[in-house]
Design a binder for this molecule. Sequence first.
Ligand code: GLN
Length: 242
Amino acid sequence: CGSDESEEGATSGDGSSEGETYTVGIDTTYPPFEFEVDGEYTGIDIDLIKAIAENQGFGIEFSPMDFGGIIPALQADQLDVAIAGMSITEERQAVVDFSDPYFDAGLSLVVAEENTDIMALEDLEGKTVAVKSGTTGAQFARDNEAEYGYTVAQFEDSPSMFQEVSNGNADVLLEDYPVIAYAIAESGLALKTVGERLTGDQYGIAVLKGENAELLEQINAGLQELRDSGEYDEILAKYIAE
Ligand SMILES: NC(=O)CC[C@H](N)C(=O)O
């Protein structure tokens, strides 16, 4: 559905820049932000970065990887840009520069639909909490583990976490609420969100710290253009039911 998928590789826009091509790290197991349909990458992040590349006249090449590998890959110069539902955090800001925020998210708890004994963090004593490596969810779980007395089980991707709770191997998982809403609606897994939203944060597009001021400026200009033109809202509406 939607726009054509042909911009991977070189998009040269209107020739206003040198048509540089950047390698973009993505987490393709993270719908509705990034996923794969019939061998094509799709989702909010994919559409946004393609549209930014187009309006700023640079090319992009996607490099899919586990979320936990993305910041290390930026640091190792294997990626120029990362867009991966990545929350802007102070810790990350020590090693990457973020674009202006483009989406509001934050963590919630998810349990099996029939579960009636977990309503909040206070109910997690002795339970197993599934998290994904390198994420704000994993960080939150570690930070609160001693206080609430649960055990953390770490996974490399979100679908594995959802599966694990659905199977009953883990009692609860921590994930960003737009991703939870999409997973529950689309996967048919018998899961539900419980309790309050635990955190609020915002997603940003990342580049390696200190070395990419010009690229970051282009990304911010591109984002602003998409907001002004209404294309940003159209992209969101394609993937998120209001
Ligand atoms: N792709 C993801 O799993 C991102 C999770 C979360 N928003 C983070 O930044 O850590």
